[in-house]
Design a binder for this molecule. Structure first.
Ligand SMILES: Nc1ncnc2c1ncn2[C@@H]1O[C@H](COP(=O)(O)OP(=O)(O)OP(=O)(O)O)[C@@H](O)[C@H]1O
Length: 248
C-alpha cells in the first residue's frame, strides 16, 4: 500500500474523476444542537474502483455516501460527478442522477415481500433506460436458480444477492453499499463481497463500501479512513485480496 493524503485545491470539476469533493461540509441541526458530520472533505475518486470507507461510528461515512449518492446535500463546499456539479443540481436533476447512475445496497435488503426475486429486479428494469436482462442480473449474483422464490423463502445472503441484482440491473456508474455484510455471518459475507467484486469487474461500476469490517479493505483499490468528519488517510492497495480469503 502507498499513502496519499487529501489535498485542498481550488474548486473545479474533473471529468476524469467519477467523484470530486472540495471543502465539503455537512452540518445537521442548528445552534447548540448542531452536529458537524463532515468538516471539509477533499476527495478524488477515479472511475471503476472498489473504494472502502472505514472509520469509527459517527465519523461521517454514511453522510458522505448519502451526499455522493444524491440522497442528501452538503451544507457547504462542492461535489462533482464527472463534470456535473451535484451541489448545484435542483431536486429533479438529483432524482435523475440517482435514477440513471446510482445503485444502493444497504445492510437490510428492503425487498418487496409479495414479489419474487425476479419481480423485485424487474421493478428497476422496467423504469431504467438501458437495463440488463433481469435474469442476467440474477445470474451475475449467482441466484438464477432462485428467481421464482419470494424473499421469505430465501436466506439472508440470498436476499442480499437479490438486493444487489436489483441495484445493478440498471448498470449503475456507481454502486453504493452501506454495511452490505453487516447482517450476515462471515462466510456469507465473503460470498457477498465476491459478488461486489464481480459487479466491479463485469459491469465496470465503481463500488463504494462503508463498513465496520476493516478486513474488507484488503479487496479494495482505495481505502479512505475517516476520523471525526474528515479524511485521516487514503491508502492505495497494490495487491488486492480475494474476497474468499478475507477473515473477520
Ligand atoms: N439526520 C441526522 N440528523 C442529525 N445528526 C445526524 C443525522 N445523521 C447523522 N447525524 C450525525 O452525524 C454524525 C455522522 O454520522 P454518520 O452516520 O455519517 O456516521 P458513520 O461514520 O456512518 O457512523 P456509523 O458507522 O455508526 O454508521 C454523527 O454524529 C451522527 O449522529
Amino acid at each position: 500500500m502507498s499513502g496519499q493524503t487529501s489535498a485542498s485545491q481550488g474548486p473545479a470539476s474533473d471529468p476524469q474523476m467519477v467523484f470530486r469533493t472540495r471543502n465539503l461540509e455537512k452540518i445537521y441541526g442548528e445552534g447548540e444542537a448542531a452536529v458537524h458530520a463532515l468538516r471539509g472533505v477533499n476527495l478524488d475518486i477515479p472511475p471503476a474502483e472498489i473504494v472502502v470507507l472505514l472509520g469509527a461510528s459517527g465519523s461521517g461515512k454514511s453522510t458522505l455516501l448519502n451526499i455522493l449518492g444524491g440522497l442528501d446535500r452538503g451544507s457547504n463546499g462542492d461535489v462533482w460527478f464527472g463534470n456535473q456539479s451535484l451541489s448545484e443540481m435542483d431536486d429533479a436533476d438529483l432524482t435523475r442522477y440517482r435514477r440513471d447512475h446510482v445503485g444502493f445496497v444497504f445492510q437490510f435488503y428492503n425487498l418487496m415481500p409479495s414479489l419474487t426475486a425476479l419481480e423485485n429486479v424487474q421493478l428497476v428494469t422496467e423504469i431504467a433506460d438501458h437495463p440488463m436482462d433481469p435474469k442476467k442480473a440474477l445470474e451475475l449474483v449467482g441466484l438464477d436458480h432462485r428467481q421464482s422464490h419470494f424473499p421469505a423463502q430465501l436466506s439472508g445472503g440470498e436476499q442480499q444477492r437479490v438486493a444487489i441484482a436489483r441495484a445493478i440491473a440498471k448498470k449503475p456508474t456507481v454502486l453504493f453499499c452501506d454495511e452490505p455484510t453487516g447482517a450476515l455471518d462471515s462466510q456469507t459475507g465473503r460470498s457477498i463481497l465476491g459478488v461486489l467484486k464481480r459487479v466491479n469487474e463485469e459491469i465496470g461500476s465503481s463500488v463504494l463500501i462503508v463498513t465496520h469490517a476493516a478486513d474488507t479493505a484488503s479487496m479494495a483499490h482505495r481505502i479512505i479512513h475517516f476520523s471525526d468528519g474528515a479524511i485521516g488517510k487514503i491508502e492505495l492497495n497494490e495487491h488486492r485480496a480475494n474476497p474468499e480469503d478475507i477473515v473477520w
